[in-house]
Design a protein around this ligand. Sequence first.
Ligand code: A3P
Length: 324
Amino acid sequence: DPETAKLSCPATAAFIRSLPKERGWRTPFLYKYQNFWCQPREIQAIINLQTHFKAHRSDIIIATIPKSGTTWLKALLYATLNRGRYEIRGGGGFQSHPLLFSNSHDLVPFLEYKLYANGQIPDLGVFDSPRIFATHVPYPALPGSVKTSGAKVVYLCRNPLDTFISSWHFIKNVRHDSLGDFTMDRAFDMFCRGVVGFGPFWEHMLGYWKQSIANPNRVLFLKYEDMKDDVVPVIEKLAEFLGMGFSPEEEAAGVAAEIANLCSFETQKELEVNKTGKSISGFENWSLFRKGEVGDWVNHLSPEMGDKMRQVVVEKLAGSGLTF
Ligand code: A3P
């Protein structure tokens, strides 16, 4: 596998080659590491993350499975947490806010794609407290200190049918031609079997779901569909969870609605930085803003495929209380 040959640590490369593998979505292979599927570069980063990361009690960790709304949640959390730093003038909104000039992935770094990428061990002392980081790593594989430090975790979950369609379009944009054809049928089959980055998706969701029930003050579980329905109450819930609920003055000034506008798909997609810029791992920012809708899967999957995936979802989530 040419991807393992590119890793900076030969011992890690050899270890990865010993793991179970399947054909990948945007790399030749995905490997099963600690019960989830991952690309070689990600595994190297996650091993370093697990070994070196020391969470602080004040840390906030955003966790998602890819294509479930990470870009949006990063923006919302950053804007909510830093709202005191950027004035709202005359109801005109956050006119000089960093989210108008930077993609949220550049304001809230991924642990495995940025800070621990390419064999790096970052100096995390440079971050102001509270630090906000993001990850796609499933709950059981998070560094131990995240679980024991009292750090807060915000998980965002999305209907798997829409997540699949979002992933499918994203992969079409970023997959290298040399990897050969990758049909919708093949991707669909892999997704339903759980073979997708950081999947199986049901294990990913259930890991965080169970923790949010057992430790509601430490793990907040959000749904993309609820945010699309009305994001303002979700922003208020997020602020409460972070221990910084909106004051009566902020409520009167409509700060949560301003945050919603600043972070909305419509605002963010039209920004220059998101039309022409690049952020995480060299991805073009525009590719992170496709449609931003609930239920777009009906435009791409046959009714039979919809039934099949819904059946997988119902079966795998049965008894958990988590539904879509
Ligand atoms: P679609 O492909 O269905 O449009 P992630 O950020 O985890 O990569 O997820 C990407 C998905 O979130 C894409 O879904 C994208 O359009 C959507 N998205 C990005 N920014 C959004 C926003 N501000 N509001 C709603 N959805 C957003």
